[in-house]
Design a protein around this ligand. Structure first.
Ligand code: UDP
Ligand code: MN
Length: 208
């Protein structure tokens, strides 16, 4: 981590960056759901800070850590990240990234567009093919959207969850009441590191 900090001295404390020689069009919050993946985080920071700097965006990195051993809830952590980052800065754009996802091409701009934008549209793990349905989604060109996912084992607390299918199937009825709008959590700690801000939260147990 010390070496990483030395390599990225342009990053301001807390993992913020602002290009010195242009006025950025968007303030970008990058939100990463997290628990017990320190090695992936180091890898992500190593690759992403230089890419993001070259893209000349103004950005802040938020690592949202789920405290405790309960079932990992990635989506809830993303909602927490949105709320907590918004308290810190007047962000115009929110990017949700897994900790193990690294773009292969600098031209895959970490920016928002008119519609939600699927940045990792061509992931190696899925043979660079991804299917999505529902709303209209913008994507970069497939070559630009190539993405590396670090290979890993399933984590403890993130086992295949049969309930996901039930929740997913009900989503069209529940999405207006369940999610960001009903979000409850308690903030445990905000820790400013040189290359990122880590926000640790208790998000409770999944409903039974
Ligand atoms: N994650 C984490 N700790 C865990 C489980 C998941 O930090 O114990 C985060 C991490 O950002 C990870 C993301 O949630 O990249 C998605 O989980 P995972 O990588 O297991 O999903 P998959 O590889 O199946 O896409
Ligand atoms: Mn993964």
């Amino acid at each position: 981590m010390e070496q990483l900090v030395e390599l990225n001295t342009y990053v301001e404390f807390g993992g913020h960056y602002k290009p010195p020689d242009c006025i950025p069009l968007q303030r970008i919050a990058i939100i990463i759901p997290f628990r017990n993946r320190e090695h992936h985080l180091r890898h992500w920071l190593y690759y992403l800070h230089p890419i993001l700097r070259r893209q000349q965006g103004e950005y802040g990195i938020y690592v949202i850590e789920q405290a405790g051993e309960n079932t990992f809830n990635r989506a809830k952590l993303l909602n927490v990240g949105f709320v907590e980052a918004s308290k810190e800065n007047n962000y115009d754009c929110f990017i949700f990234s897994d900790v193990d996802i690294v773009p292969e091409n600098d031209r895959n701009l970490y920016r928002c567009s008119q519609n939600p934008r699927h940045l990792a549209c061509a992931m190696d793990k899925f043979g660079y093919k991804v299917t999505l349905s529902g709303m209209s989604v913008d994507r970069p060109d497939r070559n630009i959207g190539r993405t590396k996912m670090i290979r890993h084992q399933r984590d403890k607390g993130n086992e295949v969850n049969e309930k996901n299918y039930v929740v997913y199937n009900r989503m069209k009825y529940t999405r207006n009441q369940d999610g960001y709008i009903s979000l409850k959590y308690s903030l445990i700690k905000i820790e400013k590191n040189q290359l990122f801000t880590k926000i640790t939260v208790d998000i409770g147990k999944p409903p039974s």
